[in-house]
Design a protein around this ligand. Structure first.
Ligand code: PA5
Length: 444
């Protein structure tokens, strides 16, 4: 089994009767999702994506990745939100949070266009100086300000270095198949384009060209990743809450929410999981946080954050529960060395694997947090392989959609994201926003 949901540390907080009582709601929500009778049903393309994807485009992604690897020291991925988080999560989960220092035979990869920081942009531009580089601009709408700004800069740098014709060979665009200024501009300029499927929203798009091109450039086998997701698709088609761990997870989340928990913390025990947590936060937060409802998704990496947020989780306001990500077969064999002086008193651990010490830290923390009144769900992932990660991505996407329907929201829209954009454009004086500009400026 690639993922096993362990509910042992939730049991002190949720009874069997509560699970049985919510089960029909979960099963009904899953039916709604599968049959496309719920809100946002036109955005369910991700549901069958692991099997139903464009094979010809998949081959083009591999060819483009090979070309980028051959011609680049540096690869700049330009996108924000769902247009970059999935790729970065996979690159770091399977490689390292230090991917750029440790990579073998693949380009350094940097993510730009995911903020409006001039300093960050200047740093990345300076990294490209004197190096061969390619860029991949990713924007479904093709109009998002942050990536559009970054694209201007990197395109100019490419054209300065390689000329217009040379730059054309180094610009790869992932966007809507027909709509948007980016698509129109790319076609006119002759850039190679990849498609964000119409029925796949940003935060569900990691297994489309959005995620797959940067992931392939990092050296990950994208067939394996898709294969893992396809495995999950088959396993999670099982009916009945007792047979389906995604159903169980959705049930536990909704029961705890109804009992007053308003924060879910995804807990990792490995630094390589940090960006995966960021991807998960967007998935959950943007899918469920609407209509005045939803769990606030947060994340920590232990034991690091036990020394910062551990105090609050152990004994602060009792509003949260934890979802712990446990990789059952760790990939590190590092052992604690013996030291004859034993000044630090650590010889009782000599010869023990670091991964076992880490697992013990996890078990100790689980017990302590449960004693402190924090329910803990444990997601037991078989290993850190590409296939298992593909499985886990699909697991969380599927559980998120089911959970959102149980909550009674449309898990596939994000109307709230527009509010800041409108204000920003009005305050920046964008044509068409004149009336709002005056009103907002008066309030500052
Ligand atoms: O999940 C989402 O839909 C968002 O996070 C988008 O991915 C993000 O806002 C970027 O949008 P776009 O790809 O249109 O530039």
């Amino acid at each position: 089994m690639v993922i096993r949901l362990d509910d042992k540390f939730v049991k002190p907080f949720i009874s069997e009767e509560e699970i049985n009582a919510i089960a029909p709601e979960i099963e009904a929500a899953a039916k709604t999702l599968r049959e496309g009778t719920g809100k946002g049903s036109d955005m369910r393309g991700w549901l069958n994506l692991p099997e139903n994807y464009d094979r010809a485009e998949f081959a083009r992604i591999k060819a483009a990745a090979a070309k980028i690897k051959k011609t680049s020291d540096v690869f700049i991925v330009i996108g924000i939100g769902g247009s970059y988080l999935g790729a970065r999560a996979v690159v770091e989960f399977l490689g390292s949070s230090r991917y750029n220092q440790l990579r073998r035979g693949t380009p350094e990869i940097y993510f730009s266009g995911c903020n409006i920081s001039g300093s960050d942009l200047e740093e990345l531009l300076s990294i490209c100086e004197g190096k061969d580089f390619c860029i991949n601009v990713i924007s479904k709408s093709g109009t998002t300000t942050e990536p559009a700004v970054a694209f201007r800069y990197f395109r100019a740098l490419l054209e300065k270095k390689y000329g217009t014709d040379g730059a054309r060979e180094r610009i790869f665009v992932t966007t809507d198949k027909a709509r948007g200024t980016l698509k129109q501009f790319s076609d006119e300029a002759g850039y190679e384009t990849f498609v964000v499927p119409d029925d796949v929203g940003g935060r569900f798009s990691v297994l489309s060209a959005v995620g797959l091109l940067p992931i392939a450039v990092s050296g990950v086998d994208i067939d394996e990743l898709m294969g893992g997701a396809a495995d999950a698709m088959r396993v999670l088609s099982a009916e009945g809450i007792e047979n389906n761990d995604a159903y169980k997870y959705a049930a536990i989340r909704n029961i705890l929410y109804r009992k007053g928990k308003c924060v879910e913390i995804l807990v990792g025990y490995e630094p390589y999981q940090q960006m995966f947590c960021e991807w998960w936060k967007q998935l959950m937060g943007e899918s469920e946080g609407k209509d005045g409802k939803g769990l606030y998704p947060s994340s920590v990496i232990f034991s690091t954050d036990l020394h910062s947020l551990g105090q609050y989780i152990q004994s602060g306001k009792r509003t949260m529960f934890e979802t712990v990500l446990s990789v059952e077969n760790p990939d590190s064999n590092a052992e604690l060395p013996y030291d004859s002086a034993n000044i630090d008193g650590l010889n009782f651990l000599a010869g023990m694997k670091m991964s076992d010490v880490n697992k013990t830290a996890m078990n100790g923390t689980l017990l302590a947090h449960v004693d402190g009144g924090v329910p803990n769900v444990v997601i037991r992932l078989a290993d850190r392989s590409t296939r298992s990660l593909g499985y886990m991505i699909y697991f969380f996407e599927f559980a998120c959609a089911v959970s959102g329907y149980v909550l009674g929201v449309n898990p596939f829209d994000q109307p709230g994201v527009e509010a800041y954009k409108k204000n920003m454009f009005a305050l920046l004086g964008k044509p068409g926003y004149e009336e709002m500009t005056e009103q907002l400026r008066a309030r500052l």
